[in-house]
Design a protein around this ligand. Structure first.
Ligand code: ATP
Length: 362
């Protein structure tokens, strides 16, 4: 059982509180990704689990053990770092087996474990090479191999793919996911890249300023962001936001954007957002929810400033009234900067947030 449990864990550096009381339970065998902007406290949280930072207060448990004050070597976690941290003078095999050697493991056992890790990670042909003779992706696999042979209760990954080029990052994403399926070990993985988080995690923990904004599976985060922060952070290109108010218009509810545009709220949503009538709200609509032209969809005028053809579709970037807005339009749509186009809004996919708190409504 290698559940990881953080209870009311805080961290201060020199009197500055960077992690206010944090509660987080990571289930046995779960792949959890901590994601958030630079400085939000992801690495600090990971390092507290590893024991590389001491929690200022609170309790950290791994399985049924209280590890809060245990030194790192006794927590049975393996950490993989962004910069690989390999020994340059050792071969791949020596790097992978080093930790076992230090602990006095018999050579035959080390050889067996190294061979098994090399097989899993496709490193068999490189065992006698030095790290300097490996590509970035191969070096990262050696670092993962070193973590595997320790047979940890928990794998901790700190931005392990940040130094790789985009193509290799995508390949390694898949490799790490396969590894998780194969080893069935709890993984806590830190990244600032929301796409990496969404594609890899069983559950994504979105952090900001040391706090958890939302922890949920990727699709829930995308479809039901709890607040403006999560809505803006998850998804690329980012969700569009238009400020305005909800008003009654006859039998219907209508969103009136500051600056003039009016968008009817579908009946199915009206009851849910009615609590916010008359209050300043923010409408959120993702760029990909502007493409399908259904005659029942309301349309809004988008004044185009720039166009990004991406192949499968094109992004039309501009403004709706005073609000910046990016719409996804079909590839090959004939549009030019300064055109004003009519953009359909999939109103079933609209999000509403209270402007005062940023919390989602409806
Ligand atoms: P990044 O993606 O940039 O690595 P992060 O989300 O991992 O960011 P942390 O490295 O955990 O953020 O840092 C959280 C906060 O704690 C930041 O404000 C940082 O400046 C501060 N911090 C981290 N380590 C220390 C330290 N050793 N001494 C003082 N402040 C620190």
């Amino acid at each position: 059982m290698s559940q990881v449990r953080l209870e009311q864990v805080t961290k201060s550096f020199g009197g500055v509180l960077v992690i206010p009381p944090l509660d987080l339970v990571i289930a046995d065998k779960e792949f959890v990704v901590l994601v958030g902007p630079s400085g939000c406290g992801k690495t600090t949280t990971l390092r507290m689990i590893a024991g590389l930072e001491q929690a200022t207060s609170g309790e950290i448990r791994i399985g049924d053990r209280d590890v809060t004050t245990l030194r790192p070597g006794l927590r049975n976690c393996s950490m993989v770092f962004q910069n690989y941290a390999l020994y340059p003078h050792m071969t791949v095999a020596e790097n992978i087996g080093y930790g076992m050697k230090v602990r006095g493991t018999p050579k035959a056992d080390i050889d067996r474990a190294v061979a098994e890790a090399a097989r899993i990670l496709n490193l068999g042909a490189y065992l006698n090479r030095k790290p300097s003779a490996l590509s970035g992706g191969q070096r990262q696999r050696v670092a993962i191999g070193r973590a595997i042979v320790r047979q940890p209760d928990v794998f901790l990954f700190d931005e392990p793919l940040s130094n790789l080029d985009a193509k290799l990052r995508i390949e390694m994403r898949t490799e790490i996911k396969l590894l998780h399926r194969r080893l069935q070990t709890t993984i806590v993985y830190v990244t600032h890249d929301q796409v990496e988080a969404m594609t890899m995690a069983d559950r994504v923990v979105v952090m900001s300023q040391g706090r958890i904004e939302q922890a949920a599976d990727p699709i829930t985060l995308y479809e039901l962001p709890k607040n403006l922060f999560v809505a803006a952070f998850i998804g690329a290109p980012s969700m569009n936001f238009i400020e305005g108010t909800l008003e009654r218009g006859g039998d219907n509810l209508v969103f009136h954007a500051d600056g003039g545009v009016a968008i009817p709220v579908p009946n199915g949503r009206a009851a849910l957002v009615a609590e916010a009538i008359g209050q300043p709200v923010v409408l959120g609509i993702r760029p990909e929810h502007t493409m399908v032209a259904d005659p029942s969809f309301p349309t809004v005028p988008l004044k185009i400033a720039d166009i990004e053809p991406l192949g499968p579709h094109t992004l039309a970037i501009g403004k709706i009234g005073p609000a910046a807005f990016t719409a996804q339009v079909p590839a090959g749509t004939r549009i030019r900067p300064d055109d004003t186009i009519s953009v359909p809004i999939d109103h079933e996919k609209m999000h509403f947030f209270l402007k005062s708190t940023g919390e989602a409504i409806g």
